[in-house]
Design a protein around this ligand. Structure first.
Ligand SMILES: [Zn+2]
Length: 85
């Protein structure tokens, strides 16, 4: 009787173990993107860009360096909007 309980317990542990490994593998496959760099390495900036083709504007607040290459929109590099002061 005692032996049966032990085996059932071992079986349940084994099932849990395999279940965990399965989920770990699934997660490993779906999240293959590299982690973002730590925030300490990012610079807080405030640059605005405008698309010269369609006129869309966007603001960049974080970048790995202070003068990041301009993003592209409508297959063209966006123009930097110099803030009027
Ligand atoms: Zn555009």
């Amino acid at each position: 009787m005692f032996g049966t309980i032990v085996w059932v317990a071992i079986g349940l542990l084994l099932v849990r173990y395999i279940w965990k490994i399965g989920f770990g593998m699934l997660r490993g496959m779906t999240t293959s993107l590299p982690p973002p760099p730590p925030t300490g390495e990012m610079r807080r900036i405030n640059v605005r860009y405008r698309c010269s083709v369609c006129g869309v504007e966007l603001r960049l607040t974080m970048a790995p360096d202070e003068q990041p290459p301009p993003p592209r929109h409508c297959l063209e590099d966006m123009d930097v909007i110099v803030p009027a002061e």
